[in-house]
Each structure stands twice: as C-alpha cells, then as structure tokens.
Design a protein around this ligand. Structure first.
Ligand code: SF4
Length: 365
C-alpha cells in the first residue's frame, strides 16, 4: 500500500506514488499529535476498554469522561457490574442519554461474568449485548492486539473523504465497500496506534464541519482535498420525497366579504380561521349550498398553490365563488363572514393569506 491509494469507479484500489503507507503516516502522526492520555488508554483491561467504547458510541470524550470515572468507582470490574441492580446502572448512566446502551451494558456484563471473562476475538465480542462489529473490533484491538478494522462514524468520514468514496456511508453497498477498504488498510504492526490514530484523526482533524486539512498527515493523498470536495463528502442520506396531499379551498365571496371557518383546536392550523376544505372541486360545489346556505352565481378556479409542511406538501386548488344569495337559516357552526381586508388581519394560515391576496379585483369575472 502506498500514498496514492484511490478507488476507481469500480471500487478497485488503484495505487500510485511511492511514499509511506496511509497506515504508516497515521501511526507516525498519532505518536506526535494524537491523544495519548485518555482515561481508558494505556490499559489492556477489556472491561475498561469495553466501558469506554460503549460510552463513546454516541457521546463525546469530554462528556463521557466523568461518567467513565464514576462507573469505575462504583463498579470496578465486570463482576460488580453484573451483580448490580439494573436500576442502579441506569441511574448512574443518567445524563449520558441513549439508555438502551446502559441496559445492554448491564446485560453484557452478566454475559461476560457468566462465561468467566471477556473473549479476545472480535467475533465472540460481537455476541455481547450492545456490541456491534466496530466496537467489538476496537475492544479486540486495544485489549488483545488483534488485527481488526474499525468503522465508526469518524472513520467512515475519514475514509469517504480520503478515498473520495461517493454515496451515503450508511447505505449497505457503501458500507460493504468501506469495510473491505478498512481491512485492506490495516498495518502489519502497530495496530493499536493505527486504530487510535484513525479515531483521533476523525475526532480532532478530519471533523465533520471545517476539517483542519492543513494539519492532516494524509492530506497529500486525500481525494476530497485534491478535488475540493471536502464539504461534499461523505455523501448525505438521500431525502425521500415528501408525500403529497391535495385539497380544494373555495373562496366564497358575498358583498365584499369572504367566508372563513374556524379549524378544530388540535391538528394542523389548530384554532385558526381558514377557508373551507373539500377533496374535489365537484364535491365542493355540491356542498357549498347545503352546508353554508350559499347560492353560487359564478365561479372560477385559480392556479394551484403549493405549500410545504415538514412531513408532506399540500397542493391547494382554490375556487373563487361569487355568492348571489345567502340563506342564513343554514348556518354551519364556526363560519364567519368578514370583509376581505379584515380577514387578512385575522389569525389565518400563510397559504390562506396568499390565496386571499390573489382574489381577482373583479371577483370571478
Ligand atoms: S485532508 Fe482534510 S478531508 Fe482529507 S483526510 Fe485530511 S482532514 Fe480529512
């Protein structure tokens, strides 16, 4: 392996250049610039390593550190943790979030105590509750010096950028490609330093926002840096198109007034005044006289208005209806007739405001 490792379009590694390997440069860098005094470093105790790895799964070092010390003080070994009341473990975890981690921590401690100690092999560690492939690999590397590849969020980012890998790293095809790459990059010696270097590079240099490329030990072979795609990689998850809903809103006009209806207290636009809604134009025209006692003189459809909500987009078909006669004996509760200018001052949703502003000056003519 050397400096110029790249993935070609088929995902094969193309090698060029003649410098030291990716792993060699990271190892050298780690010794000088990496994090050397984290509380869970400089030990081979799998209990401490496992505890730190689980705490660091979704938590930053600074937040996890006091919890790590508190846990060790209360549960100095895996047997004491296994024997603890689960509620006590959860209480001690309180503040770290993602409580399934604490439940799994306790469960895994019971598993380890039952088998008489931590296994060394990554495959066996993966059988423990809450321990995925990358966490198992990290424990295996740091506690037993096994040659295993890690692929957590930080490492995915470093690999995606350095090897200019397109696609969302959570997608299974991309992930498969990354695991293969991560394994192929492993050094023959110095696995612990290399693994720590990858973690440190992702956390302190190749960070998500504003990576510090000028301080990066692998910058000269970085594909993202060379092609100015640092901010584009790793790829984001493709957004699913929002579901579309449609509605028909009649704008009933009578003697310069418009009819508004009060919406139910709960749900979208709760408690606001709005236009009545129907699912079809024909249904709306049929219902207007029955529900609201309105005789329609003439009507006209206005252009569709689209409005985006967080979870869907709404296409509104407005119809302006000139009402020639109003039969007040038919009064739908919650309806109100207001001069258009007053209606614009009322508590109405933004798209309804837009529609009222679109009412043609000459009504429906
Ligand atoms: S050069 Fe920049 S983008 Fe590339 S690996 Fe280093 S820090 Fe990350």
């Amino acid at each position: 392996m050397n400096d110029g490792v790249r993935l070609d379009e088929a995902g094969h590694r193309a090698v060029s250049g003649g410098h030291s390997s990716f792993a060699d440069r990271l190892i050298l860098w780690q010794r000088k610039h990496g994090r050397l005094d984290l509380p869970w470093q400089n030990t081979r105790d799998p209990y401490r390593i496992w505890l730190s790895e689980v705490m660091l799964q979704q938590t930053q070092v600074a937040t996890a550190t006091p919890f790590y010390y508190r846990f060790l003080e209360r549960f100095p070994d895996v047997q004491s943790l296994a024997a603890a009341d689960r509620e006590d473990v959860l209480a001690l975890w309180s503040g770290l979030g993602y409580y399934s981690r604490a439940r799994n921590l306790h469960k895994a401690a019971v598993q380890v105590a039952a088998r008489g100690g931590f296994p060394a092999a990554r495959e066996d560690l993966e059988a423990l509750a809450g321990v995925g492939r990358s966490t198992a690999a990290a424990i295996s590397v740091f506690s037993a010096g096994r040659r295993e590849a890690i692929l957590d969020g930080n490492v995915k980012r470093v690999l995606a950028r350095h090897f200019a890998i397109d696609g969302f790293p959570g997608a299974s095809a991309v992930q498969k490609q990354m695991w293969a790459l991560a394994e192929s990059l492993l050094p023959s010696a110095g696995i612990e330093t290399y693994t720590q270097a990858l973690m440190d590079l992702g956390a302190t240099v190749c960070q998500r926002a504003k990576p510090l490329c000028s301080r990066c030990p692998v910058r000269e072979s970085c594909g993202a840096f060379a092609t100015n795609r640092v901010n584009e990689l790793p790829g984001r998850k493709a957004r699913k198109p929002l579901p579309r809903k449609t509605t028909v809103m009649p704008i009933l006009l009578h003697q310069g007034k418009v009819m508004l209806v009060r919406r139910p207290e709960s749900g979208i636009w709760g408690g606001m005044s709005s236009l009545p809604e129907f699912s079809t134009v024909a249904g709306a025209l049929d219902a207007i006289s029955v529900m609201y006692g309105c005789e329609i003189g003439s009507q006209r459809e206005l252009p569709v208005l689209r409005h985006g909500f967080t979870h869907y987009s709404l296409s509104i078909q407005p119809i302006v209806c000139e009402i020639t006669a109003l039969h007040p004996r038919v009064t739908e509760p919650g309806t109100i007739w207001l001069p258009v200018a007053r209606a614009l001052q009322a508590s109405i949703p933004a798209p309804v405001r837009t529609l009222l502003l679109r009412i043609p000056a000459d009504g429906v003519q």
